[in-house]
Ligand binder design. Sequence first.
Ligand code: MRU
Length: 342
Amino acid sequence: MKHFEFVNDKLIVLDQRKLPFEKEHFVCSTYQDAYVAIKDMIIRGAPLIGIVAAYGVVLGFKEIIEKNMESTKIYEIINYLASSRPTAVNLFWALERMKKIFEKARNLSQSQIYSVLLQEARKIEDEDKSINKKIGEHGNTLIKEGANILTHCNAGALATGGYGTALGVIREAHFTGKNIHVYVDETRPYLQGARLTAFELSEDGIPNTVICDNMAGYLMKLGKIDCVIVGADRIALNGDTANKIGTYSLSVLAKQHGIPFYIAAPVSTIDFNIKSGLEIPIEERSEDEIRFFNGKKIVPDESKVFNPAFDVTPAENITAIITDKGIIFPPFEENISKLKEK
Ligand code: MRU
């Protein structure tokens, strides 16, 4: 099975908390299940969060029909889904799209509205796959033969509708025969790199080496990294980019060593409403994600724990932003604004 699928009025997702060694599925029969899937990171990654939220709206409307409720109850459901995670703007982008399509269809019968919402969610999913292929093709023009690429977190097929953003570029470089090799940051505390990115790359036969997050600087100093490519959760108009915690530190290291630092993301990850990264809400997650490792307590009870899930990389540390509509170079403010009109 794919990593998610909407069948028989249910959204079935691969439980990413269990990967790579257990392949269990989580079934979302209700919009509350979709909320849990996002909040508890059963699924994760900005574009996939948006897709699952869109299907969550479909599940919500199913309940409206079954319980004979007013169609406008959908607004409450949309707001509820929007409260699942705060940082990835794709969540709000997808929900806004579903809201608009509902408003266009609201005079139809409830079963017709359901079909329209389902069609839109499928469209968001399908578009995301082709968008990632385009990101891959654009980004590949930046990758040199035999490059050693460092990536952080998981911006792959598992984080999207398929193919991936940062991993889309990496896949494209690999499948066009560039003989690349990927260094994968393990990405504490959720280990998206070690568990998910290494798994995806290995399944596709892409040579990869997992490193602990704190090893990146040493590798750069040794001249072993040619470029860094990461995904994004939200990009501000000035190019400031929120991504998985640790991305900012990597960008500083890359700058220090004169290594190109690329962001790969769909245009739906750009928040055209915010001027800079200062306006991006950073999610703080449970202390237990750090306090425990593999179910075992590793931090003394007396110690406090701080667990921000994202950080913001300032635009000046970013060499280019690779999108489905082309590669954006500085000055970002000017060039990102132009994208809105495209
Ligand atoms: O907390 P997560 O796993 O949802 O964070 C994911 C990331 O930071 C990804 O790099 C980002 O969403 C881009 S996914 C194509």
